[in-house]
Ligand binder design. Structure first.
Ligand code: ADE
Length: 224
């Protein structure tokens, strides 16, 4: 998978890809991340990428011209399956969306900033708008990092244990069951006996029961 991210703050998006699972995925060439600084496509001597909004009102708006230049350049080089805009008024991200987008080959992610982007950018170029929750961030960069993390961990070969993304919370609309590690007895608090039994069919059944119990208690909405 190839992900091109367009942003006015590329430095905000460097460190998430320089550690742990995401770094390993890049090193193993399972994903390519390309950061594009919108200022490189700016207009005029002032490297302008934003301007006041027509009609008045506080806050700057990202201009269409630099975004058009950047997206058009990318699209001239390869086909893109989606051009995604990170915005608090987008569709709320969930595991189903991440599963679907993780199957795509090339995607562009545009990070919003200030008051957002000129509406014509959304009308002309954007195929999907994604929010990571009902709260407002200073820009789309951290949201893009969250979204990319959720995609990359699903790509085949990224996780050591191939099955482990499949047992994540939210896969199958269930929360994951409780997990335990050593010691089996900590200050008198014991790990459930069944997990030490070596009876794997029973352990699997226990995990399914606990996943359902936890989901019923904490997130009954997922079961509907
Ligand atoms: N940009 C600002 N807030 C955001 C959010 N909640 N989700 C996605 N992009 C955003």
């Amino acid at each position: 998978m190839r992900i091109d991210i367009i942003t006015v703050l590329p430095e905000l998006l460097k460190s998430p890809f320089e550690a742990s699972i995401l770094k390993r995925a890049i090193d193993k060439k399972l994903v390519e991340i390309h950061l594009h600084n919108l200022r490189d496509y700016s207009i005029g001597n002032y490297k302008q990428v934003d301007d006041y909004q027509f009609g008045g009102g506080a806050g700057m708006v990202l201009m269409i011209e630099p975004i058009d230049k950047c997206i058009s350049k990318l699209k001239a080089q390869r086909e893109y399956d989606e051009v995604i805009y990170m915005t608090p008024d987008g569709e709320t991200l969930n595991q189903g969306i991440s599963n679907e987008i993780s199957l795509k080959k090339n995607i562009i992610i545009l990070c919003g900033h200030y008051k957002g982007v000129d509406q014509r950018v959304r009308d002309l170029f954007i195929t999907k708008e994604i929010s990571i929750g009902d709260y407002v961030l200073s820009g789309g960069e951290l949201a893009a990092a969250v979204f990319c993390d959720s995609l990359i961990r699903l790509l085949p070969g990224v996780l050591n244990d191939e099955t482990s993304a499949l047992t994540d919370t939210f896969q199958d609309n269930l929360l994951a069951p409780p997990v335990y590690t050593r010691p089996s007895n900590y200050k008198g608090i014991k790990v459930p006996e069944i997990l030490l039994s070596g009876n794997f069919p029973s352990i699997e059944k226990w995990r399914e029961d606990k996943a359902l119990e936890r989901t019923t208690k904490k997130r009954p909405d997922l079961l509907n």
